[in-house]
Design a protein around this ligand. Structure first.
Ligand code: 13P
Length: 341
């Protein structure tokens, strides 16, 4: 198979059979924040133990198709010396890797960010491929602040970087997960989120075309179209689904095999409920799946609290969240399933 078709086969596999992706690629500062919330020290060993707990949870391969790893994690091994990506691969779960290097301030555009990490990326991709990665992720962050932010320029700068990342990934035979995240922080309305999401996705797909990226061999990881977190009027699941599908139909080509949503600060229940509503909306050309970080891991961290004796309960919590999100992929989730865990 040529590189393009390898990327397309991986993309299809990642959204197959009602399964979705676990984003476990928190950078060292971010995982420290998560561990602080449960009073666990962020040491390399604790991070390994926690990730290993997630990756060995019994039965989750039925619901989880892939895991996004962080640079440290892809190099770690179990106590018995099995590299973590190999552990996943043996279970039929595809290992992936976050390859961006986080965001920096966009010079001369106050409050706006641009994602870094293109320098030397070709060599890093080669290395990650040898370590077992089969897909990659790059996250761009778009902030909504009043009428002037995001600027046109910020949207463009981030779309350019996403497209270069995607092209380099496909060149290396890796499937890029293209993540332009419009943040839910702020008091903006759902209409404003729709407007910004549409502008951002339009720029991303224009640049992907310029860079000759094969759309069959990518996955899109966007925000859902939501009311800002502080907006007095919060849209419910049916409205979120209507806005989100309408926006995506306008701008995401049908050649893209799947849309794998980020959770972005929604509670686990909210994220699942919205994903379910999205999958209850009639005809659309792409698989609608998940690539959740917080919405899959919050209950796991709460059950674990850094104690080996809680590992089984934590794995059970992960299995439950993964199962409910998989049901949501079929539009068969209902909130009363939350109690039966
Ligand atoms: P959240 O689901 O917690 O937003 O994380 C997904 C992710 O990978 C962000 O880059």
């Amino acid at each position: 198979m040529g590189h393009e078709s390898v990327a397309a086969a991986t993309a299809r596999r990642l959204v197959s059979d009602g399964r979705g992706i676990l984003a476990a690629d928190e950078s060292s500062p971010t995982i420290k924040k998560r561990f602080d919330s449960i009073s666990v020290e962020s040491t390399e060993e604790n991070r390994r133990d926690y990730r290993q707990l997630l990756f060995t949870a019994g039965g989750v391969e039925e619901f989880i198709s892939g895991v996004i790893l962080f640079d440290e994690t892809i190099r770690q091994k179990t106590e018995d010396g099995v590299p973590l990506p190999e552990l996943l691969d043996r279970r039929g779960i595809v290992p992936g890797i976050k390859v961006d290097r986080g965001t920096g301030a966009l010079a001369f555009f106050p409050s706006e960010k641009v994602t870094e990490g293109l320098d030397g990326l070709r060599a890093r991709l080669e290395e990650y491929r040898n370590l077992g990665a089969r897909f990659t992720k790059w996250r761009a962050v778009i902030t909504i602040l009043g009428d002037a932010i995001p600027s046109r320029f910020c949207i463009e700068a981030n779309a350019q970087a996403l497209a270069r990342f995607a092209a380099l990934s496909q060149e290396a035979g890796l499937t890029p997960i293209v993540e332009p995240e419009v943040l839910m922080d702020g008091d903006h309305t759902i209409d404003r989120c729709e407007e910004v999401t549409l502008a951002s996705l339009s720029a991303v797909f224009a640049r992907l075309r310029d860079h000759r990226v094969a759309l069959e061999g990518i996955l899109l990881k966007p925000n859902m179209v939501l009311s800002g977190k502080e907006c007095p009027r919060q849209a419910g699941p049916a409205e979120v689904a209507e806005y989100t599908i309408r926006t995506f139909l306008r701008v995401v080509p049908a050649a893209v095999p799947g849309i794998v949503f980020l959770s972005g600060g929604q509670s686990p229940e909210e994220a699942t409920r919205n994903l379910n509503a999205l999958n209850q909306c009639g005809r659309r050309p792409w698989e609608l799946s998940f690539s959740f970080g917080r919405a899959l891991q919050q209950p796991v961290l709460a059950a674990w609290r850094g104690k080996a004796e809680n590992a089984a309960a934590a794995q059970k919590a992960f299995h439950q969240r993964a199962r409910l999100n998989s049901l949501a992929r079929h539009g068969k989730y209902s909130p009363d399933m939350e109690t039966g865990s």
